[in-house]
Design a protein around this ligand. Structure first.
Ligand SMILES: Nc1ncnc2c1ncn2[C@@H]1O[C@H](COP(=O)(O)OP(=O)(O)OP(=O)(O)O)[C@@H](O)[C@H]1O
Ligand SMILES: [Mg+2]
Length: 686
């Protein structure tokens, strides 16, 4: 470890020291029950050139700690304590650090090389030439050992793709591409065999060696993998069991009375000592033995437990408690506190450096639009299936309303055909919801890591979808116009097409809005279907405009309803300028304008183009709302959450149940075993 003087002298601009002090994360309980602590007064730090492994049993708070450090905690929890980056309070979300999450969120339709290349073009400085960027992409592929699968598709619901280990390495590759100074990883080796896990951690070792700070949670590392870590934070039930150099952990466990047996992997031993699930496992095994052999005596039961594991002699909860207490008063805790003091007082370190994209806005827009277009064109469910369904539906509409004619009896048929087109055809946008949600997940990951901005994403999403929607509407309108025999002429056809395009883009924008606020697919589909249902109902076909209840349905719903304007425009396009046969023989033909006004309750004076402009304005309003929701989540939500945290903490800190208690409420505990040697040969626990 470098001394503060050395650090000040070297003045490395990219060095990132992260220290956290008394970090506590709680789920507030405003009722009678106790407040649950996910993390309880955890201290520690991460330094350049070193990998810190965060270990602990499942549910011990590893992900919570990483989320707290990276500023990504869920809205329902509150955090107290300090997170200092190079000695200053600083938020680490939206590009200030890189974070590889436990779940791999990738665009499944792209190949490995394409994913890395798009990411590189999106984020590396615009001044780099394409050749230079290709070199960086190839170097990253080689460094991450992805050469063999570089041209293979990642895979999604209809495409078999690369393996889990390859996905994990790709997720890491996407983050290390820009050489971030601070890298968080949540269980990068889960689901990998020991060789792949070793490979991944070796890559992290190389990254750290180039002056980066790496903090990674890890589940159950093998001996070889554990040996690659510099520092270790061992958590159990949200409390620190050990924090310090990884190689000194064995010594600490020995000193605390739980030495690691010589033939046991140290990390297995640490987890075995603090995982209280073993208590339940032991109890269940002993109980099942008793049920099968009722002649078993208590003594034999005890003997049985001995054969299961020597550590079964003491409940794990008790071992954990001893370790937490011993650590608090140990030299390791004192050393870590001193080191935290040291690194928070280092001068001359830059706090503003971040991992955000260095590409200009226009290049980002071009690359993102291209990537999104490729994704849409390869994802069967995004548009192709819908286009096929639209064509089938258009043929169905065309054959049901075939050559509908201009007889007075057909006025309502024409209206029904228009109503179906404006209503049900736009309803089909819900079909792409799964793909919307997938895309939003990728956006959230990339946005949190600072790959690009919200505006660029909103625009690129719209632009990339346009070619598909135009194709969909062109095919549908051509079939329907030809079969139903709507008014002929290019301008009428063009209007119908444009009307359907704007209505569908508006609904898609609304779906994106919904996808950005709902947590899952099912809720999105339900909300989206409900919303479109209400819009179709009040669009002026099922109930004419003059008959809609004035309060709410007419004002304001029918005025802010894209469907109402789109339908009015379509009716005007079809009926203005044509004449319908009269029901009586000698009565002159009826003008379309008259039918519009008297039968359909639509004012024929205002232009159909005005209706189209209103639909476009609603579309723009939806896109702005989509942008605003994403921005709100980033800017306003953290401020609201900060106030919520302050209020909640001041509320719950008054409660006796919340006040900090010693982890050992009683003094009944006495040390069961004398200190044993490091080998643990004379330990009762071997
Ligand atoms: N937002 C939340 N709301 C409610 N409970 C939460 C929340 N986040 C975490 N928890 C709870 O906190 C505990 C710690 O969760 P965390 O995800 O940090 O564990 P972990 O150590 O990462 O586990 P694993 O190894 O299984 O990933 C768990 O009991 C979890 O259910
Ligand atoms: Mg986790």
């Amino acid at each position: 470890m470098a001394t503060p003087e050395e650090l000040e002298q070297c003045g490395d601009e990219t060095a990132m020291y992260v220290a956290w002090d008394d970090l506590t994360v709680v789920i507030p309980n405003f009722g009678e029950g106790a407040t649950k602590r996910l993390l309880n007064g955890v201290n520690g730090f991460g330094e350049p050139n070193r990998i810190l492994a965060v270990m602990g049993p499942s549910g011990s708070g590893k992900s919570t700690l990483l989320d707290a450090l990276a500023g990504r905690l869920a809205g329902n929890v509150v955090m107290s304590g300090k997170v200092l980056v190079n000695g200053k309070n600083k938020r680490l979300d939206f590009g200030a650090s890189a974070y590889v999450t436990q779940e791999d969120v990738l665009l499944g339709t792209l190949t490995v090389r394409e994913s890395i290349a798009y990411s590189a073009h999106l984020r590396l400085p615009s001044k780099l030439t394409n050749e230079k960027i290709s070199d960086i992409v190839e170097a990253t592929i080689t460094e991450m050992g992805l050469q063999e699968c570089s041209d293979r598709t990642i895979g999604n619901w209809h495409l078999r793709g690369i393996s889990g280990g390859e996905k994990k390495r790709l997720s890491i590759a996407l983050e290390v591409l820009t050489k971030p100074s601070l890298l968080f990883l949540d269980e990068p080796t889960s689901g990998l065999d020991s060789a792949s896990a070793f490979f991944v951690v070796q890559i992290l070792r190389n990254i750290a060696s180039s002056g980066k700070t790496v903090i990674s949670s890890i589940h159950q590392p093998s001996g070889e993998v554990f040996a690659l870590f510099d520092d270790l934070l061992l958590l159990s039930g949200g409390e620190t069991v050990y924090f310090g150099e990884a190689k000194s952990a064995t010594k600490f466990f020995g000193e605390a009375g739980f030495p690691c047996p010589s033939r046991r992997n140290p990390s297995d031993h640490f987890l075995r000592c603090v995982n209280s699930d073993f208590d339940n496992v032991t109890a269940t095994l002993v109980e099942s033995r008793r049920i099968h052999d009722s002649s078993f005596s208590i003594y034999q039961l005890h003997e049985t437990s001995h054969t299961l594991d020597p550590l079964d002699d003491i409940p794990t909860a008790e071992i954990r408690t001893i370790l937490v207490r011993k650590f608090k008063s140990s030299e390791y805790a004192a050393a870590s506190r001193a080191r935290i003091q040291e690194i928070t007082s280092i001068k001359g370190l830059v706090t503003e450096r971040n991992n955000r994209s260095q590409t200009n806005w226009w290049k980002q827009l071009r690359i993102l639009t291209q990537r999104s277009f490729i994704n849409m064109s390869r994802d069967l469910g995004y548009y192709w299936l819908r286009i096929a369904v639209y064509v089938v539906l258009a043929i169905s509409v065309g054959s049901i309303f075939f050559n509908v004619g201009r007889n007075h009896t057909n006025v309502m048929n024409t209206a029904a055909c228009g109503g179906f087109m404006a209503g049900f055809m736009t309803f089909m946008s819900i079909g792409g919801f799964q793909s919307f949600i997938e895309e939003m997940k990728v956006f959230s990951r990339e946005r949190l890591n600072g790959h690009y901005g919200v505006a660029v994403y909103t625009m690129s999403n719209l632009l990339s979808s346009l070619p598909f929607i135009i194709l969909m509407c062109l095919s549908t309108t051509s079939i329907v116009n030809y079969m139903v025999k709507f008014q002929s002429g290019a301008s009428h056809f063009f209007y119908n097409c444009l009307d359907l395009i704007t209505a569908i883009v508006t609904v898609e924008s609304c779906m994106m809005m919904i996808a950005s606020v709902v947590p899952n697919f099912l809720m999105g589909v339900m909300l989206g279907a409900g919303y479109i249902g209400v819009m179709v109902l009040s669009a002026g076909f099922f109930r004419l405009f003059p008959d809609l209840p004035i309060v709410f349905w007419r004002y304001p719903v029918s005025y802010i309803n894209y469907g109402a304007w789109a339908l009015q425009g379509a009716f005007k396009n079809e009926m203005i300028g044509v004449e319908y046969d009269s029901p009586l023989p000698l009565v002159p033909k009826m003008k379309g304008e008259l039918i519009l006004e008297t039968v359909l309750g639509i004012n024929p004076v205002s232009s159909k183009w005005l209706d189209l402009v209103v639909v476009m304005m609603i579309l723009i309003a939806y896109r702005i709302c989509f942008f605003a929701i994403l921005k709100f989540r980033e800017k306003v939500f953290p401020i609201i959450h900060m106030f919520y945290t302050k209020r909640t903490l001041s509320h719950i800190q008054k409660r006796p149940s919340f006040r900090r208690m010693a982890p050992f409420p009683s003094n009944r505990y006495h040390v069961h075993h004398a200190l044993s040697s490091q080998e643990g040969l004379n330990s009762p626990l071997q």
